[in-house]
Design a protein around this ligand. Structure first.
Ligand code: ADP
Ligand code: MG
Length: 704
């Protein structure tokens, strides 16, 4: 092994960033294994192992805490009993140092020049080895700083900023700090600057090396943010470059089927849609027709508030593809929604030759096998399903279009997998959760977006009421009256985890409670994610037909469920839901010709919760609500970011780096406009880092 003396400024052997961490002094196999568990294998990984926060620590320790003689220490206190004299031809200053916790002795030999500043009452910070002076702990010739009591304290001069690292049970943050310290200076010098000088100047960013050094070992409080900003900018810029390059390569492929909608096709499709399309729907259809007419694979996101009528637009796209003898996969996030799409589309297409099949996780294996064979033989035109469509034995040889409903539940990787099912299909994703700008620029940065802002005529906003515990008995009275008069209601309970069996009991218990109490005598059904498919079907059918007047449900009904005659939505423990989720839920009612009402039952009397929920009572605009939600809960909450293809950032924070992200996006665009394949010499470092970070990951699956 090559000896590496990290403390020395110069190293015996040449150090390389690719060296295994075991080359670092003090890192043996055991520590190397711990570091590996943290994703740190090389020297480069080590210096890019960033702290997730910094703790402000006083530079000094309390005098009363001195224990071991011979240990280095830093103390801060006030001088007392200062004396200076000559002994045996040597000049000597002695003093006591006191702080709130104790007293110790100090002495300085041959430092007459300090005499004037070391006066009674002076505030000093001393560092050195402790020794025993006349039975008291003390220091001889410590490093001494006389502080200005007015100035230095304000500037945080007496603080250190200790980085806190992601650590393991066996390797602490403090140990990691020491290991990094050993190599930081030397390793940082080897790191090439990533950014062209012009960009660095334009954005007033410190050099990469400086940022790295300061982020690990800040000198002042301001260092931390300046350094973080630079490191975060790099992460965001690389991501933006990756997104754009992926898009470029996508556009260049030009191998998707051309599905031009002829007037005849258009006429036939429109006959199947039982209402006049809204202007928004028409516009979205225009966008899609344009996309489908070229061999560049469509990659479009259709976003519109709940109830805006996205399904009809999707159906138009599907029928266009089918008219060209192509297969279409329509994927929904829940089984209930997949079944609903299946039923509705069958109604629309009654009597047509379009072959529709439904593939969900609860299909028996015999039925499933037969269905997969039919699909593979090209005998299915429209395959509707849940995640079950992902499974590898499902193939669609003439796949021309993939439609994904409620996009926010799916990630980039899944999208890619679906497309891998056959050829180079067009992709249309539908979402009712308006994607906040930050996310739109990240995960979805490579999508074209159509936004429908209008709604089918006659819709009115769902009247929404915040209902506190003491108002609930009255509310139930009202609800009961309306149900008896023929209306229909959803009652939603928040369950943390659908797959858990405990909450299921809870919803059953709650439903029982309702049918004994406020909803006595009213036909009530219970629906949740774990019911068998046929059972879900039966319950939804009974609710649709009006046989059941009320439906106690978990959030399985959140997405997409369309029962136009339902008018009442009751949400228990509304305070536990995100605003966008509540907006989705209330979007389940008032979809027909009668207006909807929504009761937000909130246990809390708290002002914050009240204000938060109040947003829903005041506005019906899903886009504004999503922005509020993002502010309040951060981006991860909104889309479950990690599992959904959002790259993990070490320094960037999407909930506060919006401006930086915008800058990175503009810069990425400028860079690629000037140098589309990053071939210029000043872009080599960026290019190499880009391939390293994003080349093989899902972010660039389509480039690879
Ligand atoms: P979402 O955008 O939430 O998916 P849907 O596609 O489920 O909305 O449509 C909501 C309801 O509005 C459905 O009952 C649908 O039949 C109806 N609808 C959609 N478009 C129109 C329209 N242009 N005119 C009248 N009703 C419409
Ligand atoms: Mg929908």
């Amino acid at each position: 092994m090559r000896p590496v003396n990290g403390e020395a400024a110069t190293l015996p052997g040449p150090l390389a960033l690719g060296d295994p961490v075991q080359f670092v002094r003090g890192v043996g196999p055991a520590r190397a294994a711990e570091l590996a568990a943290l994703g740190v294998h090389t020297l480069l990984d080590l210096i890019q192992h960033f702290p997730f926060r910094h703790e402000h620590r006083p530079r000094s320790q309390p005098i009363g805490s001195l224990r071991e003689i011979g240990e280095p220490a830093t103390l801060l206190g006030e001088l007392r009993n200062v004396r200076s004299r000559s002994t045996g031809g040597r000049h000597l200053i002695t003093a006591d140092l006191i702080d709130a916790t104790g007293r110790c002795k100090l002495r300085w030999f041959n430092s007459p020049f300090m005499e004037e500043r070391l006066h009674h009452g002076a505030i000093v910070r001393v560092s050195g080895k402790t020794d025993l002076l006349r039975e008291l702990a003390g220091m001889t010739n410590p490093q001494t700083v006389v502080l200005d009591p007015h100035d230095d304290f304000d500037k945080g001069d007496n603080e250190r900023f200790e980085p806190v690292y992601p650590a393991t049970g066996k390797l602490t943050s403090a140990e990691i700090r020491k290991i990094i310290h050993l190599v930081l200076q030397d390793a940082a010098m080897l790191l090439p600057e990533l950014l062209p000088a012009a960009l660095q100047r334009k954005r007033r960013l410190p050099a990469l090396r400086t940022a790295l050094l300061r982020y690990h070992e800040p000198v002042t409080a301001a260092d931390i943010e300046v350094a973080r900003r630079r490191l975060a900018y790099d992460e965001l810029l690389l991501m933006q470059l990756a997104v754009r390059l992926r898009r470029q390569s996508w556009d260049a492929r030009a191998d998707a089927p051309i599905l031009a909608p002829t007037p005849l096709i258009d006429e036939r499709i429109r006959k199947r849609i039982p209402f006049a399309l809204t202007a928004g729907q028409e516009q979205a259809i225009q966008d899609i027709r344009r996309d489908l007419s070229t061999p560049r694979p469509m990659n479009r996101l259709l976003q519109a508030d709940v109830g805006a009528g996205k399904t009809a637009v999707a159906l138009y796209a599907a029928l266009t593809a089918i008219a060209h003898r192509r297969q279409v996969a329509l994927m929904a996030p829940t089984e209930i929604l997949a079944r609903q799409h299946d039923q509705k589309i069958r109604e629309y297409l009654a009597g047509s030759r379009v072959r529709i099949a439904l593939l969900t996780g609860t299909l028996g294996s015999g039925r499933r096998g037969a269905l997969i064979r039919e699909a593979a033989a090209g005998k299915v035109d429209l395959l509707i399903g849940t995640h079950a469509l992902f499974e590898s034995d499902v193939t669609l040889p003439r796949l021309g279009l993939v439609i994904i409903d409620e996009q926010h539940r799916f990630g980039v990787a899944q999208r890619a997998r679906l497309r891998a099912k056959g050829g180079s299909p067009h992709t249309l994703v539908l979402t009712a959760t308006p994607i906040p700008r930050t996310l739109a620029m990240t995960v979805f940065g490579d999508l074209d977006v159509s936004t429908m802002r209008d709604r089918p005529p006659g819709r009115t906003a769902v009247k929404t009421m915040l209902t506190t515990a003491n108002q609930q008995p009255d509310a139930w009275q009202d609800i009961r009256q309306r149900l008896l008069a023929g209306e229909q209601a959803f009652v939603v309970f928040p369950l943390v985890d659908e797959s858990d069996s405990l909450p299921l009991k809870a919803v059953m218990t709650e439903a029982e409670h309702l049918s004994r109490g406020p909803l006595a005598g009213i036909p009530l059904g219970v629906i949740h994610g774990r019911l068998p498919g046929a059972e879900k079907d039966r319950i939804m059918r009974d609710f649709r037909s009006g046989k059941l007047r009320a439906l106690a449900a978990t959030t399985v009904i959140e997405v997409g469920v369309d029962v136009p005659q339902a008018t009442i939505m009751v949400i228990e423990h509304a305070e536990r839901f995100g605003l966008s989720q509540l907006h989705q839920l209330r979007g389940r009612v008032g979809r027909g010709d009668r207006p909807g009402v929504c009761y937000l039952f909130a246990e809390t009397e708290g002002e914050v919760a009240r204000q938060r929920l109040g947003v829903l009572c005041r506005t019906d605009d899903g886009f504004r609500i999503a922005e509020e939600d993002l502010k309040l809960r951060g981006p991860g909450e909104l889309v479950g970011a990690r599992q959904h293809g959002l790259p993990a950032f070490k320094a960037a924070d999407l909930s506060k780096d919006l401006e930086l992200l915008q800058q990175a996006r503009d810069d990425a665009s400028e860079l690629l406009t000037a140098d589309a394949s990053l071939a210029l010499p000043e872009h080599q470092a960026l290019r190499a880092e880009l391939m390293q970070r994003h080349g093989t990951s899902l972010d660039l699956v389509d480039v690879a």
